[in-house]
Design a protein around this ligand. Structure first.
Ligand code: FES
Length: 61
């Protein structure tokens, strides 16, 4: 499933970027060697970053 249709960025690519330290949508775009276009995906990326960081924080406890 794509999180960014403009760049063909899949959720698993975004999740991998977050697990490697991406803390902003811009970091995900950079990791995927892409640039924001319509930016409709930015809110979803922010939500994914927050959810993944919460899961990683729980896992680290
Ligand atoms: S859907 Fe990601 S830039 Fe358009």
């Amino acid at each position: 499933m794509y999180i960014c249709n403009c760049n063909g960025i899949r959720e698993r690519q975004a999740r991998a970027a977050i697990e490697l330290g991406a803390s902003r949508p811009a970091d995900i775009f950079r990791h995927c060697q892409a640039k924001p276009r319509c930016a409709k995906c930015v809110c979803d990326m922010r939500q994914m970053i927050q959810e993944t960081q919460e899961v990683l924080a729980l896992a680290a406890e």
